[in-house]
Design a protein around this ligand. Structure first.
Ligand code: URA
Length: 274
């Protein structure tokens, strides 16, 4: 249900429909109601179970309240201990742990297959991503889709996300404090998806994951690992739009990533993550 609702809200945003106002209800209350609805439907109940008594709702309050607390003041360790992608998304979508929440329209958590063999990591949402709540949907995103396809990856079979989940105002570079606050979401996303390969686009993603300061040019020529996952580095699609000479090397990097994913498939059984 929350997945359906999320898609509905994303569609509304992409059609530039006005936000839905629920007078007298906080965002947390609405999220809580949707979770109750999810549980009611999972139990085979009816959608209007969501209006059941306050006592019953209160009995479930502990878990939700804890997720709300994590959104406000969770530590990196607490966020990295979240048990599944849904709770991680829920915490991220209400996150106020850094000032970027003040100007965002959407939290861009990431999208794609939960059992992806390839996780693609970019820098941060831009204007179009902030508006729609989806990663890489602007011009750079269209190019990303074509690059992925050139190596035989459909967008929906990989997982696409960013180091930062909220847009830095005016698309400025992410600041170290913001990367620090936001990266636990990315680290946990990677662990929960458990891909065969990670592909970092651009210097922010590469440097954050590898904790180095090297140039893209030198990083893309090396083999890397992040927490045991093979990691490849390539140019950011937005950089390619500015410098088309990098298209050929990026295409070559994608072909290498294809081989890495295929080789890993031969070694590692398919993930069973739901
Ligand atoms: N650039 C990024 O790094 N991420 C996006 O989602 C869009 C543009």
């Amino acid at each position: 249900m929350s997945e359906l609702l999320r898609r509905y809200l994303q569609t509304r945003r992409s059609l530039e429909e006005p936000p839905i106002e629920l007078p007298g209800r906080t965002r947390a209350e609405v999220v809580r109601a949707i979770r109750r609805l999810d549980r009611a439907v999972e139990r085979g109940g009816r959608a209007d179970d969501v209006t059941r008594s306050d006592e019953e709702a209160g009995a479930e309050g502990g878990e939700v309240t804890d997720l709300e607390r994590l959104s406000r003041e969770g530590t990196a360790q607490e966020i990295e201990a979240l048990p599944d992608l849904d709770s991680l998304r829920e915490v991220a979508e209400s996150c106020v742990r850094c000032p970027l929440h003040e100007e965002r329209s959407s939290v861009v958590f990431g999208e794609g297959s939960r059992t992806a063999r390839l996780v693609c990591v970019g820098e941060a949402p831009g204007a179009e991503e902030d508006r729609t709540g989806r990663p890489f949907v602007g011009r750079a995103g269209k190019l990303l889709d074509r690059l992925l396809l050139s190596a035989g990856f459909r967008r929906e079979e990989v997982f696409i996300c960013n180091v930062l989940k909220c847009r830095p105002p005016g698309n400025r570079d992410p600041e170290p404090g913001e990367i620090d606050r936001c990266s636990p979401y990315l680290l946990r996303q990677i662990e929960l998806i458990d891909p065969a390969v990670i592909l970092a686009f651009g210097s922010f993603a590469s440097r954050t994951l590898l904790d180095v300061r090297d140039s893209i040019r030198s990083m893309r020529q090396q083999e890397h690992e992040f927490r045991g996952y093979p990691l490849a580095v390539t140019y950011h699609p937005a950089a390619l739009l500015r410098n088309p000479n990098w298209t050929r090397p990026t295409w070559e990097d994608l072909q290498k990533v294809r081989r890495m994913v295929d080789d890993a498939r031969d070694r590692k059984p398919e993930s069973t993550n739901g």
